[in-house]
Design a binder for this molecule. Structure first.
Ligand SMILES: Cc1cc2nc3c(=O)[nH]c(=O)nc-3n(C[C@H](O)[C@H](O)[C@H](O)COP(=O)(O)OP(=O)(O)OC[C@H]3O[C@@H](n4cnc5c(N)ncnc54)[C@H](O)[C@@H]3O)c2cc1C
Length: 437
């Protein structure tokens, strides 16, 4: 239960970062998690077909609460929830219940991010026209009563980190787009993206000619089902079963020219879109840690070992105290970062070197530390921690992927170094890949 009246709450979510409207949204998601997810959280990952538990929850979240239209502009009947603070608060609460459910919802927002930003911020008339064409065609699907999903389809089997590594400027993207008359023709394979195989709309990250890097970079929207698009099997993962991940094959896929944008503007929209999740996924990691902490607090307060409740042993209190400390510091850091993202007129664009460095610095530390602390907490749970119905093992399984999904914490720390010196961590050069010829 999120008690917004307590002094601890006020200290954790200070007024300088969280306004009244954001507090209401946070409470709505917290209540949703307590009512719809907590009672079944130990069963979610065993719902292999998604029919019994996962799909009904997703429908309530995405359609009934309206989350699938969060990123759709008001002009198109959406809610236009662009605040990163609101998004981070949502993702923290959702991941406290289930990271996979949250990922499904977050990635529908992510899939829409390029088109919506292009339409609302209009970096160029061409980009705005692209955003408008995509919204004209597909927004109505997402504002209706059917459950819909979008996908930010970027990663590839050969190395996804190399695509997220911005110093490579799109040269490692293997999916090719070419313009033929009034159509884009797309060929190649993607792997891993959240919502792949269940998405109604993909934002496909392509390159026309890898030799040209960002000058030939392209973002092309492809709906599904669509001729030439197919998928592999759904991956069975350590956790996050509510989030679907598979391959997407593009075999001479043809879509209208208006659904694609190419060149440096597309690249800059991509840089912005891959920067956006830093505060958001940091919220996820703190939410997972908070969920684990609550289980641990409850269990160690009741279970007697060594003649007293476990939480009365000072060795245990050290671990609980360390978790409470990190939740406090991590939450303050992601809220501050989210606040800065919401005020680019003061702090700069999301794809500037300093903002990327700050975003990664916060994200890498939070997402790397949360699983380490959850592993420490496992010691206090004894064998009970290892069993589904005691809930702790779920957070233990969910946490590690948070540090991978945005390209890995190594890239994150490298990006942080770039604020201070010119670190070369591109995939090309002596002893590495040859530049595409
Ligand atoms: C649950 C889940 C959800 C996902 N959602 C999405 C999504 O919505 N959209 C999408 O496109 N993708 C998604 N992905 C894919 C994800 O982004 C990639 O898995 C991630 O970027 C890591 O890529 P990789 O697995 O190919 O690792 P690799 O690229 O093989 O990298 C492995 C490791 O190598 C190290 N490394 C990488 N680069 C360097 C370097 N330059 N120097 C030193 N070390 C380096 C890092 O430690 C890295 O973690 C998802 C994956 C999962 C599991």
């Amino acid at each position: 239960m999120l008690d917004q009246t307590s002094q601890w709450y006020k200290l954790q979510y200070p007024e300088c970062f969280v306004n009244e409207e954001q507090r209401m949204m946070q409470k709505m998601f917290a209540d949703f998690v307590d009512k719809e997810i907590m009672p079944v959280r130990d069963k979610i990952d065993d719902d292999v077909t998604h029919e019994k538990i996962i799909s009904p929850i997703l429908k309530k979240l995405q359609v009934d609460l309206g989350c699938q239209k969060s990123m759709i502009p008001k002009d198109y009947g959406g809610d236009e929830v662009l605040s990163i603070v609101t998004g981070a608060l949502k993702q923290e609460q959702m991941a406290r219940g289930d990271y996979g459910i949250s990922m499904h919802s977050a990635v529908t927002d992510w899939g829409w991010t390029p088109a919506t930003l292009a339409y609302l911020m209009a970096p160029t008339p061409e980009a705005r026209a692209w955003g408008k064409a995509v919204l004209d065609e597909f927004a109505p699907m997402f504002t209706g009563r059917e459950h819909r999903a979008a996908c930010f389809n970027m990663s590839e089997a050969e190395s996804a980190c190399d695509i997220e590594n911005l110093t490579n400027e799109g040269r490692t993207v293997g999916v090719r787009a070419r313009l033929q008359g009034n159509e884009w023709v797309i060929n190649g394979t993607k792997f891993w993206a959240s919502n792949s195989g269940v998405a109604d709309l993909n934002c496909v990250i392509c390159n026309l000619d890898p030799r040209l890097g960002k000058d030939a970079f392209a973002l092309v929207y492809v709906p599904e089902p669509w001729p030439g698009v197919s998928h592999g099997k759904f991956e069975v993962k350590c956790g996050l079963q509510a989030d679907r991940n598979t391959s997407t094959y593009f075999d001479n896929v043809r879509v209208p020219k208006e659904w694609g944008l190419a060149g440096p503007v597309a690249w800059s929209i991509f840089e912005t879109a891959v920067s956006a999740p830093m505060p958001l996924n940091s919220g996820h990691a703190i939410g997972i840690l908070q969920g684990a902490f609550e289980v641990l607090l409850d269990y160690t307060g009741q279970r007697v070992a060594g003649g007293r409740p476990i939480n009365q042993h000072l060795s245990a209190a050290m671990i609980l105290g360390e978790m409470a400390s990190f939740i406090t510091v991590g939450r303050a850091a992601f809220l501050e970062l989210a606040h800065e993202y919401d005020h680019m007129e003061i702090y700069g664009l999301w794809n500037t070197t300093s903002m990327v460095a700050k975003g990664h610095a916060v994200h890498a530390l939070i997402t790397r530390t949360a699983p380490q602390l959850i592993l420490k907490g496992m010691e206090l749970m004894g064998s009970y921690g290892y069993v589904r119905e005691n809930h702790y093992e779920k957070y233990y399984r969910d946490a590690p992927i948070a540090k991978i999904v945005m390209g890995g914490c190594h890239l994150g720390y490298f990006a942080a170094c770039r604020q201070f010196y010119d670190l070369d961590y591109s995939s090309f050069g002596p002893g590495k890949l040859k530049m595409p010829a």
